[in-house]
Design a protein around this ligand. Sequence first.
Ligand SMILES: [Zn+2]
Length: 357
Amino acid sequence: MSASTVPPLPTLARDAHIHHVMQALSQIPAGMISLDSSRMLIIFYCVSTLDLLGALEEKTTPAQRDVWRTWIWEQYVAGPFGTAFKPGTSMNDSTPHLITTYAALLSLAALRDDFSRLNRPGVLAFLRACQKSDGSFASTPPVAHNTPQYTLADADMRNVYCAFCICSLLGEPAWRGIDVEKAVEFIGRCRTYEGGYGQLPGCEAQGGTTYLAIACLRMAPLRHSPEPEPRLSAQARAHTEHWLVHNQDAASGGFRGRTGKPPDSCYCFWAGAALQILEAQDKIDAHALTSFIAHCQFAYGGIAKAPGGFPDPYHTYLALAAAALYTTHLPPTSRVYASAAGWTLAPFDALLSGGAA
Ligand SMILES: [Zn+2]
């Protein structure tokens, strides 16, 4: 699409989106209605959405932010496996969890916590306890598996991504605490003939897990043998780029998660962020992507997976994150339209802030 013919973008419904995530945050911690392990992720999506919209300090009080920080730290526990965050306060939520720990640390970072209460060696011990002999990570350490609801079956790409993000957050020495080469080999086994990555070896390639794999390969410290070696060959990288680019739907501008599926706003992030990490962001139509996201906005706030759908904090966060990554790559004319329509978002870290698909 040439810049001179692009249609104007619908306005970013900033206040309505703020309302949508504040509504979800108001359930935590006082509500405690839906006691499920995704609660920490919901806090992460909501707080990070406010951050992207530049609204965290403007729309929340120091007392509110303090309540959220306090609730997150209340989930921080120590055990024989080290220290980590558990999903919540009920009995079923009492085992610390890798994805929860990732979401807790990123939420605390967004809430400008100083991490003075974090026991770094304890978190590293937890990561080490979660790593399996095939290099993958389980969400809970085997030592904690004394209750039937926890199994090692959930060792997958999401957990590898969360472990790698936590190592990045903890700093360089953390990488020496896990077996990076084994984890990278596991990621390699999840690669498919299409050039994308599946959740486990033998699974179909999917946009979300492809992002997780590409982000992990970028975060992993380089292997020196004897020169630093890139984690992906030029050929493998071109193949992955091609598959990701090909998943942009020509008609709507949105991205499909898998070959043959309908476009979905969260995949605008997964594919879009993976392409940014691969430095191939100029290979897609950024205006069409932003326009698709703008049309996924729900009339009363929040963003849905597709135009006309109902919103949720997950799609709201990921769609805005994709917009933050691509509004800075728009051609000049559409950049003018985008800023006139309010599509100005905070700078965004494509590597660490993906959440877990
Ligand atoms: Zn989706």
